[in-house]
Design a protein around this ligand. Structure first.
Ligand SMILES: Cc1cc2nc3c(=O)[nH]c(=O)nc-3n(C[C@H](O)[C@H](O)[C@H](O)COP(=O)(O)OP(=O)(O)OC[C@H]3O[C@@H](n4cnc5c(N)ncnc54)[C@H](O)[C@@H]3O)c2cc1C
Length: 548
């Protein structure tokens, strides 16, 4: 990028164009992990990303007049058409996205990247785009893993990425009510730093926190690692300011309301298809005075699942809670490697007998509340047969909580496939959902000879159920993207069959769309189309995302 946008986005934290995080944070896979892969029979085939200059882009389709009109709205320094800007806004950060980028395929790149300064400029861009039939992809942190940034449109239709990075202001902080106005383009760390100046926190920490934005969290109904204490992001949203092609929409004016259906819900999870969220009024809490992270071992996954259900039913949900199944425990992914940390994370031999299942619990809040809650939870866990791990286990997890995507890059460098998917279900259906999805993934990838390792953990507890998060590691084979698509389709069918949701927090994008009808019904899909027709009559916003 150029000029002020470059200053805003570049710097030591700017991610590599082909993966996750800055190059300075990248490390080769540790020897222990390589040994683990060898013992699992997963072959290594070193594969470097192509040089940036070799990435293939489609010719830009944006007419000069449209470019000039966009520049007249946002300023010429904020419309970028050069290759690197287009490549950096090409698709999201799923493994199939990265595989294509690493191979030099940027065929889905937008024709231009446009950075408006404020709500009014967003409105003006949408009006122009509607008039000129230019597709617009709202772009937050670019961390979508469901194809949410790869719209379906006629090949000749120009498309621009509407990067919200300049909407990065903390507005009014209402300490009395416990709310704050946050610009949609604020990334997780910047939002946290601005709130911390007021002694406040959102408490929303997804694994993608380093790059994902406030608007993206709302548009995808994101859920963070501390959801048990602070809630999902949609729980935190008090109000929304939205720019649509037909005008502005302000939503949410009281802590609760009976003024008809809650229309905020129409924008939460709308994935840029109905409008552009320019500001979120969010619930904020005091910065926690105390944090505790603990590691536990429970006898097995089924016992651990029952213990979590007991905690949830007793209103004893920890702020953070993650129960790994036997395979994830063995793989050591419950404690991924992190720079400067002890070298013990991948120490577990794959042929060692499972030492139960790892459980991480965390508590945040006022000193006395945290201690009391940790003691109450410990009482339930110990009575249920859990064993406390050494004191480093919890803090180790906390230090390594953002490392998994870096580990994925290291695996891709070795030609190894690693990807995740998630769902959620009621406690009564969770065991069958777990088995169904695990077996579908293992069966599909196994059938093409890829010997997958399928791991899972439970996180995001609710009174009535929980989320399941699967990680798959396997050889890439000849067609990793095709193999994964088939496995994901098998998993999607298994989720529907077992009564789970097609997505608990990654959203629908294009990847989960085939199963949306099964989840919300054809009538539900029709309702969403009706909303889209009202808010975006020209159909320029993220075509093909969420609904077809
Ligand atoms: C390594 C990794 C870890 C992840 N971990 C988690 C996790 O722990 N929890 C979780 O919930 N998700 C997780 N995700 C998924 C992803 O980070 C979330 O979906 C995130 O909320 C997207 O935010 P973003 O700002 O990057 O949005 P983007 O990826 O830029 O956009 C996502 C979708 O929202 C739309 N959009 C973005 N901003 C706006 C806006 N202001 N107005 C309207 N539409 C908008 C886009 O058009 C797109 O369809 C992870 C992803 C990766 C790659």
């Amino acid at each position: 990028m150029t000029s002020t946008d470059e200053v805003r986005r570049a710097g030591p934290t700017e991610p590599v164009w082909w993966g996750w995080g800055p190059a300075s944070e990248h490390e080769p896979l540790p020897d222990e992990a390589r040994g683990l892969l060898a013992r699992l029979g997963i072959p290594v085939r070193p594969t470097a990303p192509v040089p940036l200059a070799q990435v293939r882009l489609p010719p830009a389709r944006l007419p000069a007049a449209a470019r000039d009109a966009l520049a007249a709205i946002v300023g010429s320094g904020h419309v970028h058409t050069h290759d690197e800007a287009r490549i950096r806004h090409c698709r999201g950060r799923s493994t199939t996205d990265l595989l294509r980028l690493r191979a030099g395929d940027a065929s889905a790149a937008p024709d231009a990247v446009v950075l408006p300064a404020d709500h009014d400029e967003v409105l003006a861009v949408l009006r122009l785009a509607s008039r000129e039939r230019i597709a617009v992809v709202p772009f937050g942190g670019g961390t979508s893993v469901v194809g949410g940034l790869e719209p379906a449109r006629p090949a000749e239709q120009p498309v621009v990425a509407l990067d919200l990075a300049r909407l990065d202001v903390l507005g009014r902080v209402d300490r009395e009510s416990g709310t704050a106005e946050l610009g949609a383009g604020l990334r997780g760390p910047r939002a946290a730093a601005l709130l911390a100046e007021h002694g406040l926190t959102l408490g929303h920490i997804p694994q993608s926190w380093e790059y994902a934005t406030i608007g993206g969290f709302a548009a995808t109904r994101s859920s963070g690692q501390a959801s048990g204490g602070y809630g999902r992001f949609d729980d935190l949203v008090v109000g929304l300011r939205v720019a649509t092609p037909v005008g502005s929409w302000e939503l949410g004016r009281a802590p609760a309301s009976a003024a008809g259906p809650d229309l905020r819900e129409l924008m939460l999870g709308s994935e840029g298809a109905f409008g552009v969220i320019t500001q979120v009024v969010a619930r904020v809490r005091p910065l926690p005075a105390r944090q505790i992270f603990e590691g536990w071992s429970v006898p097995d996954f089924a016992t651990g699942t029952r213990l979590l259900r007991t905690l949830a039913a007793a209103d004893l949900r920890p702020t953070v809670c993650r129960l790994s199944d036997e395979t994830e425990t063995l793989g050591g992914l419950a404690r991924p490697p992190h720079p400067g940390g002890p070298a013990a994370e991948t120490k577990t031999a794959p042929d060692a007998a499972p030492d139960g299942c790892h459980l991480v619990t965390g508590y945040e809040g006022a000193e006395s509340t945290v201690e009391r809650r940790a003691a109450e939870v410990a009482g339930v866990l110990l009575a249920g047969g859990a064993r406390r791990l050494d004191a480093a286990a919890g803090p180790d997890w906390e230090r390594g909580r953002f490392r998994a995507p870096y580990l994925r890059d290291a695996l891709l460098d070795l030609g190894i496939f690693a990807e995740t998917l998630e769902t959620a279900g009621f406690w009564a259906t969770l065991p069958a959902l777990y088995v169904g999805v695990r077996d579908a993934l293992a069966g599909s990838l196994g059938a093409v000879g890829l010997s997958p390792v399928v791991m899972c953990h439970i996180s995001h507890l609710y009174e009535t159920g929980a989320s399941l998060y699967f990680t798959v590691v396997c050889a890439q084979g000849e067609d990793p993207i095709g193999s994964w698509r088939a496995a994901k389709a098998a998993a999607g069918d298994a989720i529907v069959a077992a009564g789970g949701t097609i997505t608990h927090h990654h959203a629908v994008g294009t990847e989960h769309r085939p199963w949306l009808g099964a989840e919300i019904g054809d009538l539900g899909v029709d309702v969403l189309h009706a909303v889209k027709r009202t808010l975006d009559p020209a159909g320029i916003l993220n075509p093909g995302i969420l609904i077809g």
